[in-house]
Design a protein around this ligand. Structure first.
Ligand code: FES
Length: 147
């Protein structure tokens, strides 16, 4: 049911934990399953993401997508990080079962929320970044059908 990559990132998650004095933190939850994901970013003066870590209180797929998402945004500029969608994370994991697609949305939204926090703290605007949701539940219906 799960790809080898999902199992690998679930059993051996990368970048787990907190960053002290992060440049941005984002937390999102899914009211339906009760799972919560938090992403921490350390961003340098050139707007490059030096470090990205996560804390996830959730299912295995949420842990695996958090882990992969942190790997994908590390070393990227904030503009590039914005393009790390849940689809990109799923592709990098060689797919997720349809009922687990919503778990990957947490990762995308948590990154956006952390970037939003960074922008607020630095009083800057990040093009293409919308105010993040704190709960992804509303959007999840219908999206699952696509995969
Ligand atoms: Fe809730 Fe996976 S079941 S995030």
């Amino acid at each position: 049911m799960y790809s080898e990559k999902v199992m690998d990132h679930f059993t051996n998650p990368r970048n787990m934990g907190e960053i002290e004095n992060p440049s941005g933190v984002g937390t999102v939850g899914n009211a339906k399953c009760g799972d919560i994901m938090r992403i921490y970013l350390d961003i340098d003066e050139n707007q490059v993401i030096r470090e990205c870590t996560f804390k996830t209180f959730g299912c295995g797929a949420a842990v695996a997508t958090s882990s992969m998402a942190t790997e994908l945004v590390k070393g990227k500029t904030i503009e590039e990080a914005l393009k790390v969608t849940n689809k990109a994370v799923m592709e990098a994991l060689d797919g997720l079962p349809p009922v687990k697609v919503h778990c990957s949305l947490l990762a995308e939204e948590a990154i956006h929320a952390a970037l939003w926090d960074y922008a607020q703290k630095n009083k800057i605007e990040i093009q293409g970044l919308k105010k993040p949701k704190t709960d992804i539940h509303e959007e999840e219906e219908g999206e699952e059908e696509e995969y």
